[in-house]
Design a protein. Structure first.
Length: 550
């Protein structure tokens, strides 16, 4: 019969379950005590679920009822507040016991959700059973990640344990609390359930246990040499040990993946070609998704000794089984992790590098968001953003702000006569002229509308703005872009020209910057009305448009 792949919890009849004395016997003995609490801690894939199955089987054999609440499967919405969480908790336990949830009969907002939950368990659930209830709370570390819930739930569990010493009903409740790491939320030590009951920490396999497991796989490792080699790479980690033994005795689906010896298997173990590649990639993905953890793990695997870790990073790395902690000092859980992550994490950017990259990407997106792709000038959105910022800044300074609006004369007819490609080239040439004419880095140029451009000139008065507008007009005409049209009965010039409107004001924080655009548009309108190819100033003092140069 083929050996099953060692991934799921080991069934009760599995010959590959290795007891780790005195863990199992201590757990069974505690389970029999009224109102007991068992605290089972170990990183992932250390065998917690396999031991849990045996606790359930023992409790069932004694005539107890059992319920397993897996917080890893709890929807995030139930962690919003304590009342919602405890109502879900009571409902889940009720349904597993095949009892109709009757929360509304016991829930009273005047006494609060914790007392209501306690009353529900005492007055309804335990009262209905008439036998001990083993309540297994699995993946409690998920609750740790919601401090507002953890700070209320964990003291509640402790209170049940303490009340069981006095009340007969709660003596029928036996708690098994399973978690991957230490609680990292701040709790009053007199209220936390993590200093009451029986604490059990699943240890790694010993050399003798690895030899015994190898024997059950059909390998003769009695001299201990092969077991030592394997443990030098993966320690006594149950899953990693089982996986190696499985591959040594099970023919692979791909013959080229057959390992001739333990030495060959271990040589490839920390590589992408090794038996642990899937497991290691999964851990690497977790680190890639959390660069703070990746940075912390990078420190651990490159250090010659232990490394002091930030509390939450330490908690999470221990939870997923990558580090062993001695206080706040961390070391790699095994040589396999040190070798693999020392190689792979150099390819993962640090958190600071990633933040810089994100900032650059954000700037690039912002630039694209405000860029006119054809002319490579700012677009209308870019113009409006800068106008608003300049208006407020210059209002505080009491200095002038000028605006030039430029419109290509009869551009619609030009596009119709010469086509879109020529029209685009014309726009690009005009944009280049404006860009070359504007010398100050603080000035802003934008393609305001289709054939219309805008130039914002902070700290410049109307005279200097009008002089710049005239230079732009002249240089565009000198491009001598041919333009003939019979549609409109002839043109003022046989080349592309510009009409320009200029205005200037000293901004006022109480007024709307759109007024500046409105006045420049008036000046532009008069340039077009008076024959095109000219600059017109709109005087904000006299409210009068006058031709500057034609």
């Amino acid at each position: 019969m083929p050996i099953e792949f060692p991934n799921d919890p080991l069934p009760l009849n599995s010959e590959f379950y290795i007891e780790r004395p005195p863990v199992e016997e201590l757990a069974y003995a505690e389970l029999a005590k009224p109102g007991s609490v068992i605290r089972l801690k170990a990183p992932r894939k250390m065998g917690k679920s396999s031991l849990m199955l045996r606790l359930i089987a023992r409790a069932t054999a004694w005539g107890y009822r059992t319920v397993t609440v897996d917080f890893q499967k709890t929807d995030e919405v139930f962690f919003v507040n304590l009342d919602k969480f405890l109502r879900w908790f009571c409902t889940d336990v009720s349904r597993q016991l095949r009892l109709e949830p009757r929360l509304d009969e016991y829930w009273d907002e005047d006494i609060g959700s914790k007392i209501s939950c306690t009353v529900y368990f005492q007055g309804y659930l335990l009262d209905q059973l008439n036998c001990p209830l083993v309540l297994i709370l699995k993946e409690v570390n998920r609750v740790f990640e919601h401090p507002n819930i953890a700070k209320e739930l964990l003291p509640l569990l402790r209170s049940w344990h303490e009340e069981a010493k006095q009340g007969e009903i709660l003596q029928n409740l036996r708690l098994v609390v399973i978690h991957s790491t230490e609680v990292y939320v701040s709790l009053n030590t007199n209220q936390s359930p993590f200093n009451v009951g029986l604490p059990l920490q699943l240890p790694e396999f010993t050399l003798a246990q690895v030899q015994e497991l190898a024997r059950r796989y059909g390998l003769d490792w009695a001299d201990g040499q092969e077991a030592k080699k394997l443990m030098a790479m993966v320690g006594g980690h149950p899953y990693l040990v089982n996986l190696a033994l499985y591959h040594l005795v099970n023919p692979p689906l791909q013959p080229e993946k057959q390992w001739d010896s333990l030495e060959q298997l271990l040589q490839e173990a920390p590589t992408t070609a090794g038996i642990y590649s899937h497991h290691l990639r999964g851990q690497l993905v977790t680190l890639r998704e959390n660069l703070e953890l990746a940075d912390a793990m990078k420190q651990v695997v490159t250090a010659s000794g232990s490394v002091r870790l930030e509390a939450i990073a330490a908690y999470k790395l221990e939870s997923i089984g990558l580090v062993k902690l001695n206080g706040s000092e961390g070391t790699p859980s095994c040589e396999l992790y040190r070798l693999y992550f020392k190689e792979q994490l150099w390819q993962v950017p640090s958190l600071s590098d990633r933040l810089k990259q994100l900032e650059q990407e954000n700037q690039n997106l912002q630039r694209l968001y405000t860029l006119d792709e054809l002319t490579q000038l700012g677009n209308c959105r870019f113009f409006k953003q800068n106008l608003e910022q300049m208006w407020q800044r210059l209002a505080r300074e009491g200095t002038p702000l000028s605006l030039i609006l430029c419109d290509i004369d009869y551009f619609e007819y030009y596009n119709d006569n010469y086509g879109d490609r020529a029209g685009d080239a014309c726009l690009q040439q005009v944009a280049q002229v404006i860009r070359s004419a504007v010398s100050s880095a603080t000035d802003v140029i934008a393609r305001y509308r289709n054939e219309e451009f805008a130039v914002l000139l902070p700290h410049q008065d109307v005279k200097s703005a009008a002089e710049l507008a005239e230079r732009i007009r002249v240089q565009v005409k000198r491009l001598a872009i041919p333009f003939k049209s019979s549609t409109i009965g002839g043109l003022p010039a046989a080349v592309v020209t510009l009409s320009l409107g200029v205005t200037s004001t000293i901004p006022n924080s109480e007024s709307d910057p759109a007024l500046l655009v409105h006045e420049a548009n008036k000046a532009l309108y008069h340039s077009q009305k008076w024959g095109h190819n000219r600059v017109t100033i709109y005087d904000t003092l006299t409210k009068y448009s006058k031709n500057f140069i034609s």
